[in-house]
Design a protein. Structure first.
Length: 584
């Protein structure tokens, strides 16, 4: 296997021979910067619209979380953005057993944690043990199981790690790409206090100097509701270098502003307070372009690169034991199909995204064109069909306020929440509530704090405290783009039903097909299984998908080091942070 990453093999070998770090080299083709052009120093300024929930990598669930940010998502392997192939990262090489059930990785020597301790096989083993302790509640738990049987991660020696799969796994390298966390920090606590001890670690009130990272950053300071300041991990550059041998990252640090909503995020970019921004509406794009044209902002924007690698959707709670009426309603595929018919996806694209969006109908992001099944049923916007389906469910009359009721006089009414401050989701929710009202469905929309929303979504048991939530997902695999924690009935993000068992026979079908696809190594056969899943997803409507924005990366020209245009896309973004530098 050829590894395009290892372009300075001689340097790597020399370093190993001298007892120094085995160097990983970032290819020059990953940046528009000419050799020697990148400057050292300075701070990259970015933003988020929701405050952080924790520094703990084992209990975080939201995108853009602190552990992922400081680690840079480094693991044994990662994908090359130029071709999508798996290439070495914290490993230097690997061998695959003839039966394809074992991969043995050689760990890169000389890597250190931000506290100076050596990174070894023990760190991966301990991280794996904690992620796969069900009592911890890790969002990564499900990815380490195939058909309920666990993957095994074992230490051969300090710098050799073996991963054993219970079945052939199309996502074998995705599993292996998990980020390690320090055994010398988490191991003693886990041995002594178990899952409860782990869950108490690295909360937002922890001393930031105690948070240890394997990646390019460590936490410098955190001010709740205001900002997170990161500084360079001094040891990361010993094993990560550019082609000229310069240590990475070039930057001294990052400053992440916590802003109240997407409008504030745009304002911060227009005023030069932040360097990176992804507008998602025509109005946002127009404001950026106008600021550039009027010489008020020195920035670059790339419009309509591709659909984004995200989904936006409404999910209904199937676990409402204390409210049998709503539980029966939400468990009805006919009801959810009716709700899909009330989602005006084109209006969302026009109003929310200003025409720059793409409708979604299943869990496959539209950007993954080769995986989308065009033959899957679509419950497009059609209030008449929605009304007919609701009539079939017994909602044939309206009360004196104009809302549908059944024969027992129960009004068709439910609560819908989304995260406050996400203006686009709030707009989507209002558009849906308005269309629902027109046919007699009362939707009580209430935006709430993001952390509260996620807590409700992740609640378990047979009686959960919510009706419907409008939220989104990002991430996911390219080898098998169905969520290991979303599709199986026992998955931690099987959001609509967290009872731990399948309720609808089609849930059972989807779980079985998910397993078949994940264990199928033939890509063509895997795609056939994926097509079957999308048909069932569309019919069952366990999640009512809406539409997503297209990808329009923008950056202040004070920063350089972005990908060449041919590498910029929604899957890999516009740059690696390691190669980003302050140009002006």
């Amino acid at each position: 296997m050829k590894h395009p990453w290892l372009v300075l093999a001689a340097l790597t070998a020399l370093g190993a021979g001298l007892g120094q770090a085995q160097v990983q080299v970032y290819p020059q083709k990953w940046t528009v910067a000419k050799p020697g052009e990148a400057k050292r120093g300075g701070v990259l300024r970015t933003s988020v619209i929701s405050d952080f929930r924790t520094f703990n990598p084992f209990i975080t669930a939201e995108a853009g979380n602190v552990p992922d940010t400081i680690s840079g998502l480094h693991g044994l392997v990662q994908r090359d953005p130029s071709n999508g192939e798996w290439i070495p990262d914290m490993a230097t090489s690997w061998t695959i057993s003839p039966n394809k059930l074992e991969i043995t990785f050689k760990i890169r020597r000389g890597m250190k944690w931000s506290d100076g301790q050596a990174i070894t096989a023990d760190d991966w083993v301990t991280t794996f043990k904690i992620h796969t302790d069900e009592k911890v509640g890790s969002n990564s738990y499900d990815s380490f199981f195939i058909d309920g049987k666990p993957v095994k991660v074992s230490k051969v020696d300090d710098y050799t790690l073996k991963i054993t799969y219970p079945k052939t796994d199309a996502e074998a390298f995705a599993v292996a790409s998990y980020t390690p966390w320090p055994d010398h920090i988490f191991g003693p606590v886990y041995q002594k206090e178990g899952a409860e001890g782990i869950k108490k670690m690295w909360g937002l009130n922890a001393k930031v100097s105690d948070i240890v990272s394997p990646g390019p950053w460590v936490i410098g300071s955190y001010t709740p509701g205001e900002r997170l300041v990161l500084k360079r991990n001094p040891y990361f550059g010993e094993w990560n270098k550019d082609e000229a041998g310069n240590p990475l990252p070039y930057l001294d640090g990052q400053e992440i502003l916590i802003v109240k909503d997407t409008n504030a995020q745009l304002a911060a970019f227009l005023s030069g307070q932040i360097d990176l921004y992804s507008p998602s509406t025509v109005d946002q794009i127009s404001q950026v372009r106008k600021a550039v044209q009027d010489n008020k902002l020195d920035a670059t924007i790339k419009v309509n690169i591709s659909p984004n690698a995200t989904s936006q959707f409404i999910v209904f709670d199937w676990n409402k034991k204390s409210d049998p009426f709503k539980q029966e309603l939400f468990r009805s595929a006919k009801f959810r199909q009716a709700m899909s018919h009330l989602v005006n996806r084109q209006a969302v694209i026009d109003v929310v995204y200003g025409g720059f969006g793409t409708p979604t109908y299943t869990s496959i992001y539209p950007v993954l064109k080769d995986w989308v099944n065009p033959a899957a049923p679509k419950y497009d916007f059609d209030p008449k069909k929605a009304t007919q389906l609701l009539t079939e469910l017994g909602f044939t009359k309206k009360d004196n306020e104009g809302y549908l009721v059944n024969a027992q006089g129960k009004r068709l009414e439910f609560n819908l929440a989304t995260n406050a401050g996400n203006n686009q989701r709030e707009q989507m929710a209002r558009l849906f509530a308005d269309e629902a009202k027109k046919v007699g469905v009362k939707v009580n929309f209430n935006p709430i704090d993001f952390n509260t929303l996620v807590g409700q979504l992740q609640s378990k048991g047979d009686d959960r405290p919510w009706d419907a939530i409008l939220i989104g997902l990002s991430g996911g695999g390219l080898d098998w783009p169905f969520g290991s924690n979303v599709v199986p009935c026992t998955g931690s993000l099987h959001m609509y039903n967290t009872s731990g068992k399948c309720i609808d026979p089609r849930e059972t079908q989807l779980s079985a097909l998910y397993s078949r696809g994940r264990t199928e190594l033939d890509l063509a056969k895997r795609k056939e299984i994926g097509n079957q899943m999308q048909v069932i997803e569309a019919q069952l409507q366990p999640i009512v998908y809406i539409a997503g924005p297209n990808y329009h990366p923008a950056w202040n020209n004070r920063v350089g080091g972005q990908f060449p245009d041919k590498l910029i896309n929604a899957l890999y973004g516009s740059r690696t942070t390691e190669l980003t530098y302050i140009a002006k």
